[in-house]
Design a protein around this ligand. Structure first.
Ligand code: AMP
Length: 282
């Protein structure tokens, strides 16, 4: 596995590769790798000839009062995990390499898919995400790029950008990897103390409750939403940021559950904000 910090060097390495028929898979991450990330890397390895993994904690997608400074970082451990999962090139640029002095250009998906949910709670977040992802696409020129359904809205914003800007890259969504008890893996789970770790199960419990209610025939979004909000309120250390029942692609809220819908939520446990979701085909 090569570890590369400079854009020029990465470009040279990629163009210098003898066989241009090679399919390149890209897995963008912010590092502090866990099984969720590794599942994306393994899938990319299985479907491509060359796998590039980026590790970049992107300041542009953090708000001024968010956790950019304290976001967990461990490049040494990440290198071992990335290599074992099949990474060929690990791209780990410094902030100044991606946003050199004088940097002034941003990409923004302006419609509802980026404005709702996390877009409303975290102004500017998806602008930062779209910008860094488009930069990575331009630097690596991958055939395929892999994103987790864990960040369902991010995946839909990137799909929208790729379609709207006629990008050649194929965007591939990968299933959520969970702990044995249901908690979705996230680099931010390390912020949770023991009590908070238990309380964090409220996200999966709420989604499981939704699944039960849908299975017994509930199709009214308002009724379902009320039940789910009650479930969350029963966990004293959880504070709800949002819970949406929406069309799975556009993320427009629905009144009736039909077709493919997503239930997505963001909950604060102490100072840690966690997100999760489930998609239902009805
Ligand atoms: P992050 O490092 O949190 O920006 O995540 C990098 C990529 O890994 C994103 O496409 C995430 O959606 C994906 N990812 C993070 N957690 C999980 C998980 N539990 N299951 C599947 N994919 C995940």
């Amino acid at each position: 596995m090569l570890v590369i910090e400079k854009i020029q060097e990465l470009r040279k390495t990629l163009t210098g590769l003898a066989n241009r028929d090679m399919k390149v898979g890209l897995v963008p991450t912010m590092g502090y790798l866990h099984e969720g990330h590794l599942s994306l890397i393994r899938r990319a390895k299985a479907e491509n000839d060359l796998v590039v993994v980026s590790i970049f904690v992107n300041p542009a997608q953090f708000g001024p009062n968010e956790d950019f400074q304290r976001y967990p970082r461990d490049l040494e451990r990440d290198q071992e995990l990335a290599e074992a999962a099949g990474t060929d090139i690990l791209f780990a640029p410094e902030v100044g390499e991606m946003y050199p002095e004088g940097y002034q250009t941003y990409v923004e998906v302006t419609g509802g898919v980026a404005r709702r949910m996390c877009g409303a709670s975290r102004p500017g977040h998806f602008r930062g995400v779209a910008t860094v992802v488009l930069k990575l696409f331009n630097i690596v020129e991958p055939d395929r790029a892999y994103f987790g359904e864990k960040d369902a809205q991010q995946l839909r914003v990137i799909r929208r950008m790729a379609r709207d800007l006629n990008l050649k890259v194929e965007i591939i969504g990968c299933p959520i990897v969970r702990e044995a008890d249901g908690l979705a893996l996230s680099s931010r789970n390390v912020y949770l103390n023991q009590a908070e770790r238990k309380a964090a199960l409220i996200l999966y419990r709420t989604l499981s409750r939704a699944k039960e209610l849908i299975e017994i025939g509930e199709r009214d979004a308002a009724v379902l939403r009320e039940q789910l909000i009650k479930t969350i309120a029963a966990e004293p250390s959880a504070s709800l940021d949002y819970l949406e029942i929406a069309d799975s692609e556009s993320l427009e809220p629905v009144a009736k559950l039909t077709g493919e819908i997503i239930i997505a939520l963001a909950v604060r446990i102490g100072t840690t904000r966690l997100i999760d979701n489930m998609v239902f085909r009805l």
